[in-house]
Design a protein around this ligand. Sequence first.
Ligand code: ADP
Ligand code: MG
Length: 695
Amino acid sequence: MDAQIFHSRYNGSVTTESATSSPIADSTSLQEILSSRFGFESFRANQREVCQAAVDGHDLLLVMPTGSGKSLCYQLPAIVRGGTALVVSPLIALIEDQCAKLNALGFNAARIHSGLDRAISRQACIDYLNGTLDFLFIAPERLKVPGFPEMLAKRKPALIAIDEAHCISQWGHDFRPDYRTLGLHLPALRPAPVIALTATATPAVQRDILTQLGIPQAKKFIHGFRRDNLAIEVLEVPMPMRPDLVAEILADPASRPAIIYAPARKRAEEIAARLNQICPTAAYHAGLPNDVRDSVQQSFQAGTLDCVVATIAFGMGIDKANIRTVIHVALPATLEGYYQEIGRAGRDGLPSRTILMHSYADQRTHDFFLTRDYPPVETLDKIFRALTPESQTLDELRLRLNMEEEAFSKAVEKLYIHGGAEVDYANNATRGALPWKTSYTRQSDYRRAQFALVQRFVDGHQCRMAALVEHFGDLEDAAVRCGRCDFCSPGINSVQNWRSPSRQELAGLHAILAALRNTDGLSLWRLQKELPDSLNRKDLDLYLGALTKAGYVAVEDAEWIREGETILYRKAVLTPAGDLVVPGSSFDLKLPESQVSRSTPAAPSRQKSKSKDGAPVLSELSPKARLLEQSLRDWRAAQAKKLGMPPFLVLHDRTLTAIAFAWPKSMQELMGISGLGPAKVEKFGAAILDLCRES
Ligand code: ADP
Ligand code: MG
């Protein structure tokens, strides 16, 4: 071992520390390096403790929110320990960014990933072997390249950092199969400490990370999820009343600037129009032209817009410290997403409100999307059984099965992913040989379970902040109540007025009680089916909420064990008080009253051509955008052929349409388009942008 190479960089003196022993660094020297090498005055919360543990050579699992400064927690210890730190990171963009930052600070950082010239990668290997690097960043798929892990093992790193470690867990939201093999390669690179970093890891994901990496004894640092200045309110409000309530809350200038998260574009535009009567407001979603989106973002940042009503696409580039209120007008799909979004409030540390409006109807919207995105096993099975060892085109198959296009392609995609179908680049399909049913059911159940956790959160009887902190795995901190949320401090929201039901409403209320009588409870889905058709979902939403509040009906968590796995769902149960209600009687119950007349008709939808979730459809494209869509299609066909995968796995038809509609100019804009996650943007982003530029 070439001990000379491992000079200690924090005091400039050459030591004979080997890469694997842990140098002693007291807190004064940590502080000194923080300012002299990283240019920071002081440690942020928890950074010092984490750095010390890493310097001491412990394996670590670090779960801290985005922006809390996790990178420093491996970078500083790496410098103190001397030698080269190996950093595994899933996104080329992240690697490039971190590498550039470190080099700008005067460190010697190199990277190896598929986006680089061979010569650069070769040089990085040479530098690594010569021990002249402080940091070597690699993308996980590098480890699949023959000889590469062996090369790394020739010169053991001083520290191994695994960024975005949740990608290793199949329970994580962006599972990357390439991360799976990491655990296999680590032993050859040891005994360097392994530091796994992530912003989102529920306890199940945490366990998975530790197991996959083979570091069961790792010290866990799970911190920083509590936000002391946020008052979280969860409010049951029937859907039609939400826009007015939003307007009422935001009429107070002290509650602005604000972000309102809406579930779909149409809703975003409706609410923006309503709010514009009070203060400068704009809608923001992926369906808007780029220049409009840019200008909304800039105006909001600059303070000329008070409120933005956004779909999930908003916030990527938002760095506004004084947001006073974040409102959700629908239930989010996951608690991770919800936490990220409310986290945009009060970055300046001043008191801020977050309000989540929900009702029974939200469950149905989510059911709709979940059923669309995860079709029933029977649908997949129907296609599976129509497949044969002889290939047939997907179009033929679809016509033969007489299936609607979108449902068909969703099901084929799932079947393909889980191994029940083989599809080539030209859309020729044959029957697959893998046990797709188990794996598909697992995935779709997981998605449903994530939403069940959101339901549980809104119906929970505990401090809201504590519930979130607990969800993220900080069990210790979860014992502390926030004192600000609607549970800790009830009565902070007094926006709601109440009224008696009309005769017609009374009949609806009785119909629900009757449906539940003599049952052990019905899943909400079943209940809807049992009721007369005249009861629309808005009514049901309203009535069920009122019956629950008044104690006649309880909505409970229930579970169902299938193939050894527990599936959570919710059911409505008649309470003893509900059972005593005499059919047809007028009984004691109040319905929420809207501030403005409830019968205000919703704005009629202007564009009939919009798909159900508001995504643009082909007929909405301008002639020019259609040409772009065609070139995107041609490009996709070529990609599919090159990669040997079916075209829909490259990009969906609807995503192509959305790209042509939005005509993105930058990576960031591309990221805002639904259907384009980080992985796709990374793989195809540059090519797509080229096409958009050239078209
Ligand atoms: P994370 O990975 O947790 O999302 P980063 O490591 O990217 O966050 O850090 C977020 C930002 O905080 C970066 O701009 C970083 O330079 C800055 N930062 C980190 N630690 C400190 C510190 N002790 N003092 C000031 N700024 C810091
Ligand atoms: Mg990070």
